[in-house]
Design a protein around this ligand. Structure first.
Ligand code: SAM
Length: 327
């Protein structure tokens, strides 16, 4: 009885690891695009929009001199955004070795590009590792505490099992100072489930993305007793082709509360855009990034399909409590 139980546990661990490796391999294999390739991408405006969202989050919550923890930092696409916020220290971790390599190159100044920009003004530590498996407080003893943690377009990779989802939150909670901020962007489970239920089969999408659920979810019902491991395949043209997991937001919120976080806000990307485009400084930033053109449906602006893909995401801001809640 006991032996078979631990076998099942072992199998689950193995499957989880295989999926984590699959995600890592996928991102590692994606090499840096040239500027020309990037501009020719069918989702260039979506990428720019997502960069705008991340920039707004960073400008809103980062302060001069902050120590920053960037979970699943990828190729370091946010380094410049953090530099603009005049942070004091940066630690970036990613499971994909190829991405961390690219991140190092970017941080050290790309030799091929003749150092087009000045060096970053903050010291950085870049590490390859699984943020949802490893106890990061043990790895980063000398680096903690952090003022702000960011996990952009990656936290959903921790929802393959409850243990991983908990490790992700435990890591951030252990490494942030009291009052520290946790910002992130991840798929909006409400939107994805709604679209799945509206779809005829188990898949939906448009010219830039598709989402496909496994046959086990053919009833399109999800038990609230097992909110982890709800897997789907996500394909984003020219960007992603990966197993991903649903993060039911109310479960995320209450799990985060267990780890001493309070929710400051959570907003779908559409709502986020509408809200922050009311502020002139962010309008100007959007124009500089070139995500939204003059509103005409031409190539200078986001396509309707890209705008629909943007709707699949939401951003959140959590704050680590000053005092752990005692019960
Ligand atoms: N945060 C970066 C950004 O916004 O540009 C990268 C986002 S990319 C869509 C997702 C990243 O999550 C990939 O770089 C991938 O390697 C990373 N990732 C996935 N699972 C991870 C894990 N278990 N630990 C660390 N990084 C992980």
């Amino acid at each position: 009885e006991e032996a078979s139980n631990s076998d099942a546990q072992f199998l689950e661990d193995e499957t989880t690891k295989i999926f984590a490796q699959k995600v890592a391999d996928h991102y590692s294999a994606r090499s840096n695009q040239t500027l020309e390739e990037r501009e020719a991408s069918p989702i260039i405006h979506l990428k720019k929009l997502n960069n705008w969202i991340k920039s707004v989050l960073i400008q809103l919550y980062a302060h001069q001199g902050d120590a920053v923890l960037d979970l699943a930092c990828g190729k370091g696409g946010d380094l410049i955004k953090w530099d603009k916020a005049k942070i004091g220290y940066y630690v970036g971790i990613d499971i994909a070795e190829g991405s961390i390599k690219d991140c190092r190159t970017r941080y050290n100044g790309d030799a091929d590009h003749h150092q087009r920009r000045k060096k970053f003004s903050f010291p950085a530590r870049l590490i390859c590792g699984d943020c949802y498996e490893v106890r990061l407080d043990k790895v980063l003893v000398d680096d903690a505490p952090f003022d702000i943690c960011s996990c952009q377009f990656a936290l959903h990779y921790s929802w393959s099992t409850e243990a991983r989802a908990r490790q992700a939150l435990a890591n951030v909670s252990a490494l942030l100072r009291p009052g520290g901020i946790f910002i992130g962007t991840m798929p909006d489970a409400n939107v994805i489930i709604k679209k799945l239920r509206e779809a005829e089969g188990l898949a939906f999408g448009n010219s830039v993305y598709w989402v496909c659920f496994d046959e086990v979810f053919s009833d399109k019902k999800f038990k609230s007793s097992s909110p982890f491991g709800i897997k789907y395949t996500f394909h984003l043209e020219d960007a992603v082709d990966c197993p991903e997991w649903i993060v039911p937001f109310h479960v995320f919120k209450s799990l985060a509360e267990e780890y001493d976080f309070e929710l400051i806000f959570a907003k779908n990307s559409h709502e986020f855009v509408h809200e922050y485009l009311k502020k002139p400084e962010f309008v100007e930033l959007m124009q500089r990034l070139g995500a939204l053109g003059d509103g005409n449906q031409d190539k200078s602006t986001l396509s309707a399909d890209e705008w629909e893909a943007a709707y699949l995401y939401m951003s959140f801001v959590l704050r680590k409590r000053d005092q752990p809640e005692r019960t």
